[in-house]
Design a protein around this ligand. Structure first.
Ligand SMILES: [Zn+2]
Ligand SMILES: [Zn+2]
Ligand SMILES: [Zn+2]
Ligand SMILES: [Zn+2]
Length: 273
């Protein structure tokens, strides 16, 4: 393809246009290349076509082949790409003026391209049935959503978990301090109530719980520190709930393979993500 018609450029002087014109097509360079012999610039297509018929540079008549055509310096390319040019469909009414290096992107989606349908996003030629095209698009999207939902279902396990352990009829008030003291002494003797974790992973989690029981005297902070360590070591968004009422009536959802309920002393932990 020959160069761009010079009247499509905005804000270029006659002298500028002369500087930027290809001596073969006399238009402004399109995909400019530089000859090795005399460092003249031409449109890539113009000089390539020329060299098919002639084995010499059109400017100085020295021997020249396509392998001796080079890209212009980067600084030139950058400046050249910033030239403002009218859309090629301006005669169809497109008002757009864009930097040259964004022209092809604009043209691809220009609604004034009369060869394409301007009513929908269908990339089809004008005059086609837009409604049918959009319905087909919608069908494809719906199928994708169905597939994704199926994947999600197999990934998440919904657990409605309620443990009903009879409460002692005489409730003796116990202090949090004494609960923590018991839990600390029992920290390596966790009783597993329920678990969806691989053995070695469960072991690592229980080690973290044991460590964190020793690191803070506030149970809320113990939970927070456990979560922090799990997030750091294993990734994801972990949760840790703990109480001294056997975890009665807790409802939550967890990701397959990442839940444990254990009792340490009087403390019941649910740890999951
Ligand atoms: Zn040219
Ligand atoms: Zn030359
Ligand atoms: Zn346009
Ligand atoms: Zn359409």
């Amino acid at each position: 393809m020959p160069g761009y018609e010079s009247d499509r450029f905005v804000g270029l002087s006659v002298a500028d246009i002369q500087e930027l014109s290809c001596s073969i097509c006399l238009n402004v360079f399109r995909d400019p290349v530089v000859s090795q012999c005399c460092r003249q610039t031409f449109c890539r297509d113009c000089i390539t076509d020329w060299l098919r018929e002639n084995a010499a540079c059109p400017y100085d008549r020295k021997t020249l082949t396509v392998n001796e055509l080079h890209k212009p310096p980067r600084v030139f390319e950058v400046m050249f790409g910033k030239l403002e040019i009218k859309c090629q469909f301006s005669s169809n009414g497109c008002p757009s003026v864009v930097p040259l290096d964004q022209l092809s992107q604009h043209v691809d989606s220009c609604p004034y391209d009369a060869s394409k349908c301007g009513k929908c996003f269908c990339e089809q030629t004008s005059g086609h049935d837009c409604i049918q095209a959009l319905l087909a698009l919608n069908r494809t999207a719906n199928n994708e959503i169905k597939t994704l939902n199926l994947k999600l279902d197999s990934y998440m396990t919904r657990v409605l978990y309620a443990v009903n352990i009879p409460q002692p009829s005489t409730s003796i008030p116990v202090s949090i301090e004494s609960i923590l003291t018991t839990a600390r002494s029992e920290r390596f003797n966790a009783v597993i109530f329920g678990c969806d974790m691989k053995d070695d992973f469960r072991h690592k989690v229980l080690v973290i719980v044991a460590e964190e029981l020793m690191n803070d005297i506030q149970l809320g902070k113990v939970c927070k520190n456990i979560v922090h360590k799990l997030d750091q070591k294993f990734g994801g968004y972990w949760n840790c709930i703990c109480d001294h009422k056997d975890g009665v009536s807790r409802y939550f959802t967890y990701l397959n393979g990442s839940w444990i309920r254990c009792k340490i002393g009087q403390l019941t932990f649910d740890i999951y993500k």
